[in-house]
Design a protein around this ligand. Structure first.
Ligand code: BDR
Ligand code: CA
Length: 315
């Protein structure tokens, strides 16, 4: 079993990523750390608890993290996940409180307790991880790897067609806290960025019979997903929006679902038109070797991804 910390900003798709992480027999979920992003951290941390409550797994530690980006104020999300951040699922808040440690401190402590063993699935802005690296740089070589929903690399039409940040070519998690992204990209920790190119394909879709299966299931998480799909469709969006973040967890469960390649990538931190862009140097000459070399997702097997997601939701 892989030891994982899920760092997230639920968000309906973060909630579904959490469902997958909790239900997969491949994952030992050590903690869930919430960060600002889709909503203020008071809401995202409550949504972590609500999702764990839905799954009957409030034994898993849930901690509240950074309220703000490293140096900026948090922008408001132009794509709404509904008034509750969970597609109006209105899940009850369980009795279990949040962990008494701040998420950043919990991350530092867990990494020190399990040196070289923890993989991060990061599905929100990277503020918690970046702050942990700033406060306790000694944890850097102790982190096994990070897989993040992060960036847009211009590999295909989905990279920018479905751009989620509030500039033409940025992805939301990087756009919200570009300085944090820069710190983590440049850290040297083995880093896999699953960008919009692969995580927002229209091939990630559900049939009427899938939805009927979700509705017929006794599992509350199946109804949660069905409700989210109908919520986004009613508002003119496509069903992939409900499970963008699931790709990071799917990759940790079944790495062969996603094909990656190495790339030199810089994060744009200047305000204006290009804020939050993840600029890939794909030139065959004069390349900027000083840019961080990371793994980026270049394609995904969507049939296997959807099969994994559906199996876990219905299990
Ligand atoms: C990211 O933006 C958020 O709205 C989603 O939860 C996902 O993490 C995609 O750009
Ligand atoms: Ca997210």
């Amino acid at each position: 079993m892989k030891k994982i910390i899920l760092d997230c900003d639920p968000g309906m798709d973060d909630s579904m990523a959490l469902v997958m992480a909790v239900k997969s027999s491949e994952i030992d979920l050590l903690a869930v750390t919430a960060v600002h992003g889709n909503y203020p951290v008071s809401i995202t941390s409550a949504n972590v608890l609500k999702t764990l409550g839905m799954l009957g797994r409030t034994d898993i530690p849930a901690a509240k993290g950074m309220e703000m980006p490293m140096v900026r104020t948090s922008p408001s999300d132009p794509f709404s996940h509904g008034s509750d951040g969970q597609a109006e699922a209105n899940l009850p808040l369980p009795d279990k409180p949040l962990h008494d440690k701040h998420a950043v401190n919990l991350i530092i402590d867990l990494v020190k307790q399990h040196p070289g063993e923890i993989s991060f699935a990061a599905t929100g802005p990277l503020s918690n991880l970046a702050m942990a690296l700033r406060i306790a740089p000694e944890i850097l070589p102790l982190i096994k790897d990070v897989t993040a929903i992060s960036g847009a690399f211009g590999l295909n039409k989905y990279a920018f067609l479905n751009a989620t940040g509030d500039t033409p070519q940025s992805e939301w998690n990087v756009y919200v806290d570009p300085e944090a992204a820069k710190i983590v990209y440049e850290s040297g920790i083995p880093f896999t960025a699953i960008g919009l190119d692969t995580a927002t394909s229209f091939d990630v879709d559900f049939s009427e019979s899938d939805i009927a299966d979700f509705e017929a299931s006794p599992n509350r998480e199946a109804k949660f997903l069905s409700n989210a799909i109908q919520f986004v469709r009613r508002r003119g969006y496509d069903a992939y929006c409900t499970c963008i973040d699931c790709m990071a967890v799917a990759y940790l469960i079944e790495p062969s679902i996603i094909t990656t390649e190495q790339a030199l990538v810089g994060v744009e931190i200047k305000d204006g038109l290009t804020l939050g862009m993840t600029v890939r140097d794909g030139r065959h000459h004069h390349t900027w070797e000083q840019l961080p070399r990371i793994s980026i997702a270049v394609s995904a097997d969507y049939q296997r991804f959807l099969a994994l997601l559906k199996n876990l939701v219905l299990a």
